[in-house]
Design a protein around this ligand. Structure first.
Ligand SMILES: NC(=O)c1ccc[n+]([C@@H]2O[C@H](COP(=O)([O-])OP(=O)(O)OC[C@H]3O[C@@H](n4cnc5c(N)ncnc54)[C@H](O)[C@@H]3O)[C@@H](O)[C@H]2O)c1
Length: 409
């Protein structure tokens, strides 16, 4: 682990409003990346802070702000952000994006770039992403390449984007190759200048989307011991039902602690360059998950009306497959897979899926994953509670065991 990752990282939970430099945010996490450092604020009513954040982090003279909006979020949320930006002296423009994996495309990025140019958006003017991970990823990508990079603020409105996608500067789009959608095949690293995780925005988020976000939280808990929060696994087990019931205090702590894990991982390995660990560990469950996510007929409960799988649901299945693979090669303690499956089930997430194609089909999809290096598969596998490792070239039989573990007959 890099030296930065060994330093204590700044995570604050405010018991009293106004207690820290975060004003009245319930919590904050510093993402420590030298001159690209920024804060993630967590709490209610934070959208009204976006103007002040943009004003304080953008160069004097920045005059315009462009808001990219998820077309599913309530209009009141958009107005709150726009009013805050206008109150801070920005002229605002907006564009809505449909949040779908097929729409997470270069075509959408191109449309955004043209819209920025049409409003004469300048080099120091901020772009604001107001939506889930899809809007955050395409907006960040467009902001990262427009005029070789303009300031970018993340205002995540899904649990998944609050705890994961909005933090760390990975942006991108999917690419269709030979008729198949390849996830996140193009993109740039472009860190935001700030993240506002306004918990009020979760009020309109469907329960299924909330559960999908909880899958990434389980993933974080499964690596948290190596990234400064060894108690996160136990805490998540203890509060599963309260989280599903959207208990505000528990949700706040969940977001702050999960962002803390992600921030620490990113601070230690911003560009995923650490051999055998670092940021690559965040891909726990994702190699299997990415392989099955584009299989449009799969659904979390076998009901075709609920197809396709959401990203978080595919990750939940991927976590189970990773546990079974690790168990098969003897690298994780017995019982871990059962504990993970039971937590995922309590959180209403799938642990088996009906309609999985023949292993050869999924193995081919896995072989095309970005994490394959020089033709050798590299899988992130758990090695105990709160710990994971990168395993190079795992035996094919073990990977097949992973697939069998999630196959529902
Ligand atoms: N950049 C990263 O580091 C990173 C990390 C994890 C995931 N991702 C990406 O994030 C994407 C998944 O993100 P997601 O789970 O947020 O999905 P999403 O962006 O598709 O949003 C989920 C759904 O919720 C809707 N929505 C968003 N906010 C809402 C709100 N407040 N109220 C009502 N509806 C709302 C959206 O319109 C969409 O239908 C994937 O494309 C994944 O690859 C990126």
């Amino acid at each position: 682990m890099g030296s930065r990752a060994d330093r204590p990282y700044a995570v604050h939970m405010n018991s009293k409003p106004g207690q820290s430099g975060t004003g009245d945010a319930a919590g904050s996490v510093r993402v420590d990346l030298a001159e690209r450092s920024y804060d993630v604020l967590v709490g209610p009513a934070l959208l009204s802070r976006v103007g002040g954040l943009a004003r304080s982090r953008c160069r004097a003279g920045a005059a315009r702000a462009f808001i990219v909006i998820d077309d599913n979020i309530p209009a009141a949320m958009v107005e709150r952000a726009a009013a805050a930006l206008e109150g801070a002296g920005f002229r605002t423009s907006r564009a809505a994006v449909r949040a779908s994996e097929s729409g997470k495309s270069l075509e959408t990025v191109q449309k955004l770039l043209v819209s920025f140019a049409a409003t004469r958006h300048e080099r120091w003017d901020p772009v604001i992403a107001l939506g889930g991970g899809i809007v955050g990823d395409v907006t960040g990508f467009a902001a990262g390449i427009y005029r070789r990079g303009v300031p970018f603020i993340q205002c995540p409105t899904t649990l998944l984007s609050m705890v994961d996608a909005s933090v760390g500067g990975k942006t991108g789009a999917n690419l269709e190759v030979d008729g198949a959608l390849k996830k996140n095949l193009v993109g740039v690293f472009h860190q935001p200048i700030g993240v506002l995780a306004d918990l009020d925005t979760l009020g309109s988020l469907p329960d299924r989307e909330l559960r999908a976000g909880l899958a990434e939280c389980v993933k974080h808990a499964m690596i948290s011991a190596d990234f400064g929060d060894p108690g996160l696994w136990r805490w998540t087990l203890d509060h599963a039902e309260a989280l599903l019931a959207r208990d505000p205090a528990r949700l706040t702590e969940l977001v702050v602690r999960n962002v803390g894990v992600k921030a620490r991982v990113v601070a230690g390995d911003e560009r995923e360059e650490t051999e055998g660990g670092g940021r690559a560990l965040l891909n726990l469950g994702h190699t299997f998950g990415h392989a099955i996510e584009p299989m449009a007929h799969l659904s979390p409960d076998g009901d075709p009306r609920h197809a396709p799988l959401l990203h978080g649901e595919a990750v939940a299945l991927g976590l189970v497959a990773a546990c079974a693979t690790a168990e098969s090669i003897g690298s994780s303690p017995p019982g871990l897979r059962g504990e993970v499956e039971s937590l995922l089930a309590r959180l209403g997430l799938p642990t088996r899926v009906a309609g999985l194609p023949a292993d050869e089909v999924t193995l081919t999809a896995i072989a095309h994953d970005k994490k394959v290096m020089s033709g050798r598969l590299r899988l992130v596998l758990p090695r105990g509670i709160g710990r994971a490792e990168v395993v190079a070239a795992p035996p094919e039989a073990a990977v097949r065991t992973g697939l069998s573990a999630i196959r529902r007959a």
